[in-house]
Design a protein around this ligand. Structure first.
Ligand code: HEC
Length: 258
């Protein structure tokens, strides 16, 4: 009995742990679309331009991404590789981990599997939730990652975001509020405002850039998913056709038995 109880506790323990990790605050939802090649290509462009300076993607090769996303590997080598790497190599970076840890407090983690670790909604919200905070070393804080060690690298696009609520409020309701008031047509609990003229993009355009980027990160976390979905369709078509063949064969075999 004792052994059984221990086994039971061990079995439900992971559930309790994941429940504890579930308190993430408000997350904005995004619908991942791995069939949207144009979105994935734009996402990769943003990734190599804005993220690969600090974060590596050690388990992804440029060439693999080029093939999967329908890009010419030579063009990828020309426009997306800024170091002296070859297109067949992994998306590594030159920044030594130890130096990075000293500069930022924490070394920027490898991002190949990040989308599987955090999920697309979290990433989508995180990258759009930086706000100005003078008490932090980089002058920014983040509504889903308190006291984050990463600067707001997308600020030139998004602009400077001023927070109008406490961190706890922003975390609970999101930066842009949790819905639109149907009567006044204004955002409810809107906790942020972008300083006019400080960014290149409008909030909607910026959302699209981050959407594409996270879409790409989801692809990167599981590149074979594109293949499995394509093969899966053929398998289902085959099974559908095979059903009729098998049924006809069964009829033929049993014809004389009765
Ligand atoms: C200037 C260096 C730098 C750049 C450029 C940068 N980051 Fe970061 N990033 C960091 C650091 C440092 C951390 C660790 C923060 C911490 O743990 O407090 C981090 C953390 C993260 C995390 C959270 C990791 C986790 O799960 O704990 C994500 C996600 C992330 N970065 C995504 C990105 C993306 C996407 C880009 C490109 C748009 C990017 N970063 C560009 C430095 C950078």
């Amino acid at each position: 009995m004792k052994k059984f109880l221990i086994a039971l506790v061990m079995a439900v323990l992971p559930l309790a742990a994941s429940a504890a990790g579930g308190a993430k605050g408000h997350l904005d939802h995004m619908d991942v679309d791995l069939h949207n090649k144009a979105s994935l290509q734009r996402g990769m462009q943003t990734f190599v331009n804005y993220c690969l300076g600090c974060h590596s993607a050690d388990y992804m090769r440029y060439e693999r991404a080029a093939m999967d996303l329908g890009m010419n590997p030579e063009l990828v080598a020309e426009h997306m590789i800024f170091g002296d790497q070859k297109v067949g190599e992994q998306m590594t970076i030159a920044m030594p981990k130890a130096d990075a840890a000293e500069w930022f407090g924490t070394a920027p983690p490898d991002l190949t599997l990040e989308a599987r670790l955090r999920g697309p909604d979290w990433l989508y919200t995180y990258l759009r939730s930086f706000y100005a905070d003078d008490s932090r070393p980089w002058g920014v804080n983040n509504a889903v990652f308190k006291d984050v060690g990463m600067p707001n690298v997308l600020a030139p696009l998004q602009g400077v975001v001023k927070a109008n609520c406490s961190w706890a409020d922003m975390n609970a309701h999101g930066m842009r509020g949790d819905g639109i008031d149907p009567l006044t047509n204004t955002p409810l609990n809107n906790c942020s405002s972008v300083v006019k003229g400080s960014g290149e993009l409008s909030p909607e355009e910026f959302d699209n850039v981050v959407y594409d980027l996270v879409n790409f990160m989801v692809y990167m976390g599981e590149p074979s998913k594109l293949d499995s979905q394509r093969i899966g369709t053929y398998v289902l078509i085959f099974l559908f056709l095979f059903f009729f063949l098998a049924y006809a064969l069964k009829k033929e075999f049993w014809k004389d038995v009765h």
